[in-house]
Design a protein around this ligand. Sequence first.
Ligand SMILES: [Zn+2]
Length: 261
Amino acid sequence: MTPQILFSIFAFIFGAVVGSFLNVCICRLPRNESVVSPPSHCPNCDYQIRWYDNIPLVSYLLLGGKCRGCQTKISIQYPLVELLNGLLCLALFLRFGPTLAFCALFIFCSALVVITFIDIEHQIIPDEISLSGIVIGFVFSFFLRGHGWLNSLLGILLGGGSLLLVANAYQWLTGKEGMGGGDIKLLAMMGAFLGWKSIPFIIFASSLVGSVIGVALMLVQKKDSKLAIPFGPYLAFGAVLYIFFGHRLITWYLTLGGFQG
Ligand SMILES: [Zn+2]
């Protein structure tokens, strides 16, 4: 086995282990509970989950997706978050190697995973994550080569500002409140980590994906279009797309329009 493969396996496992902690955050942050204590327990029978029942992905499969204490079904969300975070960590490692950029983006993507699942379930984005994310992203920008604090600062302002503008325009045009303050802080956090150039891309990509899925959901549900579809997950998707394909997609788009080579 080459070191590269060994490190890749390690990256996946590391991402999945962190994913296990993210599950705790997804569960407890919206309820304002501590994420460090008490130890994890079954929400149904209070069975305290032992370390051997808490191995990412493996335990879920060994237990057949059921609690060891009371046989209640464990939500598929737990292994899903672990798998997703493992894959994100692996992909970031393969793309950026063992660098500081990898560390920053792994923290960033883990935050996006938590935000996505909380936003889908509760339609909120916790300030604990988005506001501290803005600060962490800005601090990283001083140490990342080719990034720069000014780039990060402009990202925060453009990210927060542009969505504030869109939200106000939407409210003015429709008389309804479209985007929440949570989305605005989330986009500011994205600008802090990814720089100002990422913002137009993220808004464009997330709106595109959001409207396609929104229309599809409306067709499936027939008349009931009242269902609140949170925008955070689309922004998160746009940001991940930007990390891995942003540069290539922008170049491709400009070539398509005849602006370049
Ligand atoms: Zn139980």
